[in-house]
Design a protein around this ligand. Structure first.
Ligand SMILES: Nc1ncnc2c1ncn2[C@@H]1O[C@H](COP(=O)(O)OP(=O)(O)O)[C@@H](O)[C@H]1O
Ligand SMILES: [Mg+2]
Length: 338
């Protein structure tokens, strides 16, 4: 018995050494990988099962090659679209109410998806250009933006897309975009302009996230016509759900007339203050009214989220251990596996 066990141990030790020698690289435990990605170990185990990270089973745990983690984090992972034949999943972040966390969600979810090794493009469809500014774009000096892309069919959108320091690409906006609502009115198939633009771009990314303006005007309709999924950020406060019925009616009209494939990925409670019974009651009511449509993930209210754009950082870099950072990483895993 004793001898059997020591033989098995010896074999395992040899296996370990052989593995390290063969690949000459270091290995990490699931716990360590979870810590680096800012997710829990269950999520790491799911990634292993889905083949997103390469791992070798060793006893009860896994050993994960450092290079596999690097690939997941996006270091040199971009594969040309021709090889993968993939098309980006397009998610619109929509709510006609302002200040509910659309831009914050678009930016941080985008960066979180990039940390999972995905190729991500953010589209700023709000003339306020908050997303572009948060992503570090100097909008004052931009000569080309999403506005020209929408109004000039001949313009190659790739000449307008910018890389950002947080690893995501962006199709930026400037205040010019405010005029697009009016100018697009005279364009044929004016609701489908963005969809046509994104058709050219989709093979080059895994995820495209669209930050919508605080209205249900033509720009938002363009986003909804181009999207596969919608995320609705919502603050859990009095009257917050008032506009939701109108938004859902708009979504079903778009589904019927322009985009049969459109799905609601979920309503995302943002700036949630779990200490107040008021916020908790609203969340419970929301879940009761829209069963199955509210994400289990809630983004807690934290001043660190408010501070992060001024520091030019996503929340994952500004305060990685914060609840909001973890929430956006979890949301990314959910959006990615959908
Ligand atoms: N989880 C959060 N905790 C604290 N402040 C937040 C949080 N999410 C967003 N904010 C802040 O709330 C304000 C509105 O958010 P924003 O994303 O710009 O909303 P929208 O794009 O819907 O107008 C911003 O100042 C932002 O920094
Ligand atoms: Mg915004």
């Amino acid at each position: 018995m004793e001898a059997e066990r020591s033989k098995a141990e010896a074999r395992a030790a040899i296996g370990r050494t052989a593995l390290q020698l063969a690949t000459a690289e270091s290995f990490l435990s699931t716990k360590e990988v979870a810590r680096r990605l800012g997710v829990d170990t269950k999520t790491v185990l799911r990634y292993i099962r889905q083949g997103k990270i390469r791992a070798v089973k060793l006893g009860r745990d896994y050993r994960i090659a450092e290079s596999s983690l690097q690939a997941l984090l996006g270091v040199g992972s971009a594969q040309p679209a021709e090889e993968t034949g993939s098309r980006a999943l397009v998610t619109a972040i929509v709510n006609q109410k302002g200040g509910v966390g659309k831009t914050t969600t678009t930016f941080n979810l985008g960066v979180a998806l990039h940390r999972l090794g995905r190729r991500v493009l953010l589209v700023d469809l709000d003339p306020q250009a908050s997303l572009s500014i948060s992503a570090g774009i100097n909008v004052g000096t931009l000569s080309l933006s999403v506005y020209q892309v929408l109004l000039d069919e001949e313009l190659d959108p790739f000449t307008v897309i910018r890389k950002t320091s947080s690893g995501v690409d962006i199709l930026p906006a400037t205040i010019d975009l405010a005029a697009a609502e009016i100018e697009l009115v005279n364009v044929t198939l004016r609701e489908l302009v963005l969809r046509d633009v994104l058709e050219k771009i989709r093979p080059h990314y895994d995820h495209i996230l669209i930050d919508c303006p605080p209205s249900l005007g033509l720009l938002t309709v363009n986003a909804l016509a181009a999207a596969d999924r919608v995320i609705i950020p919502m603050q859990c406060e009095f009257l917050a759900t008032r506009g939701l019925a109108l938004l859902l009616r708009t979504l079903s009209k778009i589904q019927g007339r322009l985009n049969r494939n459109l799905r609601v990925a979920g309503i995302l409670p943002t700036m949630f203050d779990s200490r107040t019974t008021h916020a908790r009651e609203i969340l419970d009511e929301l879940k009761a009214t829209f069963p199955g449509q509210v994400f289990d993930i809630t983004v807690k209210h934290t001043v660190r989220v408010k501070e992060s754009p001024a520091a030019g950082l996503p929340i994952m870099d500004y305060d990685r251990d914060s609840d909001a950072s973890q929430a956006y990483m979890r949301l990314a895993a959910e959006v990615d596996s959908a």
